[in-house]
Design a protein around this ligand. Structure first.
Ligand code: PHE
Length: 341
């Protein structure tokens, strides 16, 4: 076999056979292996005179080198092709529309709570928690509402037994907080949580609702600090240009007591359906902690004073987000949540 002939044959095979890396290596074994045409040439070698042995040896080496080179080249070519094929098959089309991932969303009441918490934590308040099944003592008596007090009628109560009830107001946490601290240190807390009253449910009443209580007790706190605090809250919730107005009110556990209105964020005070033409929207109750409450909870009212406030979270959420029926907040309809992602 001559070099040219070998080259022609191999190239012919490359052309006619559909090779991949596997079949290429098989073909290579056919040419270069022990039973291949090149090796065969060596078999005759033994019988040849020395002179010819050398020429034949050189020729065989040349043939081997040529075949090896051709196969190496082909191998590289095939490897490149496979690489390209792989890249092609793994290509990502970044212009395709993405798959939508179903993302949960936080409940609107939780969102409002978190917003108010952020504000008060920034003002040095601690966030407290309290039991929803509460003792009459904490929900009423320690808040200056003894048994048979007419104020109990303001809050129709779910009783569990003679002693326990579902708390009707987060104010129950006030007494817990003050009594807990044996050293009677300053208090500065907020407490968001559920409360319950035996109301008939309608668009604006729910037997289950959410409040956020605030309580500050120390030696210097004043009504003006209460007003400033509530103004900050009104601005944070409803916009920087909001104002508040205080109206005298009555709660057994605060004296004086106030009800707080915020200037209407919809009509900016001109009067609209939301504020019922008054320009003001009632948002919470508050006041200076009643001396009787301080006393019952172990704080000397001659030294200490305090303020407290209670906000209805549903009302804030409904005003802020234009929700018209309080029951939607408790319907567990996820579409409600999704709107406020
Ligand atoms: N607990 C009162 C209510 O539910 C609100 C309130 C809290 C008023 C704290 C004064 C001080 O109506």
């Amino acid at each position: 076999m001559e070099l040219e002939e070998l080259k022609r044959k191999i190239n012919e095979d490359f052309k006619t056979l559909k090779l991949n890396l596997q079949t290429l290596s098989e073909l290579r074994a056919q040419y270069l292996g022990k039973k291949g045409p090149i090796q065969e040439l060596l078999l005759d070698m033994k019988n040849l005179p020395n002179e010819e042995k050398r020429t034949l040896g050189e020729k065989v080496n040349a043939l081997k080198a040529l075949a090896t080179e051709l196969f190496e080249e082909k191998k590289k070519e095939l490897e490149k092709e496979e690489q390209l094929k792989k890249l092609e098959s793994e290509k990502v089309d970044v212009t395709l529309p993405g798959k939508e991932i179903n993302q949960g969303s936080i409940h609107i009441l939780s969102k409002v709570i978190e917003e108010i918490e952020d504000l008060f934590i920034g003002m040095g308040y601690e966030v407290k928690d309290g039991p929803e099944v509460e003792e009459d003592k904490f929900n009423f008596q320690l808040l200056n509402i003894p048994k048979d007090h007419p104020a109990r009628a303001m809050q129709d109560t779910f009783y569990v037994d003679a002693v326990r009830l579902l708390r009707t107001q987060t104010s129950a946490v006030q007494a817990h907080t003050m009594l807990e601290d044996e050293e009677k240190r300053d208090v500065r807390i907020i407490c968001p949580g559920k409360a319950y009253r035996r109301d008939d449910d309608d668009a604006t009443h729910s037997h289950e609702f959410t409040q956020m209580e605030g309580l500050v007790v120390n030696k210097t706190v004043s009504m003006s600090e209460l007003k400033g605090t509530l103004l900050s809250m009104a601005k944070a919730l409803f916009g920087e240009d909001r104002e508040i107005r205080l109206r005298p009110s009555y709660f057994p556990f605060t004296e004086p007591s106030i009800e707080v209105d915020v200037s209407c964020f919809k009509c900016h005070g001109k009067g609209c359906a939301l504020c019922k033409g008054t320009g003001w929207i009632e948002i919470l109750g508050a006041g200076m902690v009643n001396n009787n409450v301080l006393k019952m909870c172990g704080y000397d009212p001659n030294i200490y004073q305090g303020f407290a406030f209670g906000v209805g979270i549903e009302r804030i959420a409904m005003l802020k987000y234009g929700i018209e029926d309080i029951r939607t907040l408790y319907s567990n309809d996820l579409r409600q949540n999704k709107q406020f992602k």
